[in-house]
Design a protein around this ligand. Sequence first.
Ligand code: SF4
Length: 344
Amino acid sequence: MKKVRLGKTNLMVSRIGMGGIPLTRPSEKEVIKLIQRTIDLGVNLIDTAYSYGNGMSEERISKAIAGRREEVIIATKGGTLEHLETSLRRLNTDYIDLWQFHGVSTLEDLEEVLNHRMEFARKAIEDGKIRHIGFSSHSLKVALEAVASDQFEFVQFPLNFVSNEAADELVPLVKKHDVGFIAMKPFAGGRIRDANLAIKYLLQFDNVVPDPGIEKIEEIEEIVDIVNNKSWELSPQEQQEIKEIRSKVSSRFCRQCGYCMPCPQGVLIDGVIYLQILYELWPADWFFSWDYVNSSVESAKNCIKCGEGEKKCPYQLPIREMIDENIAFYERVAKEYKKQQIST
Ligand code: SF4
């Protein structure tokens, strides 16, 4: 497996990493096997977060890498010293290689991180608990500002051929500032089904490390085969396919940037119109008991169809229609889930 330098962290990471969200879906036994196979294939970057599955993702990674800690570069995310300490405990390790401030969504969040929280993270570096500090975000405006501040060694930001807003400004900027770039959502939250196109598109960026969420051994084997054995160049036919998928998916794909917020009626727009994707990402038990999901669904009742969010969405998404679709979807799967609960 080829490796690439992750900006000023100077870490040599595999050309692709592994995203930790889906590690909560299959059984623990299957996940442990999956992670071990992934490491055997030469993938050395595993990304997770304090919040994924209430710690289940970190705990499972810990079990899978027991005795192999040095083979793996662990990236995790959180917001406080308490989160960091919990991650260390769950991962059963003395240090986190790549620690990220999770979901820095607004310029106010960034200010809070830079002016207050950075202090405990720097102290954690001195104490040997963290090796490198980065951040994750869905907001281009925030990510550009954060990278330009030169206070972070790496960033995690969505990049795929449907949602490729980072390609023009952020990717060149991180290069200029020698900041590492981990590309989250390489499959656009499951909206891109073709691994060959998704991975090859991202391999065009020589400083970007995609970390696809993997649920099955066949998936990681297919991706590693693309990286190791296929030409990375996109043929004219593949470029055409990308164009077609992009135009089909893009007009209904929420980038989670939050620019449509706040909604004057208190609707959690980005949560509501992401319900279907969240349902596909997380185990059903977790999804239906997740506060974020429940408050998003509840908030949708306040929607008066004023269209204010649509005016602010830079991607001209039909937010009102998407709210209705996602609520209808939620009601359907919630009904099925309840039925299942009763019968078991
Ligand atoms: S609806 Fe538009 S503005 Fe709101 S989070 Fe999604 S992409 Fe961003």
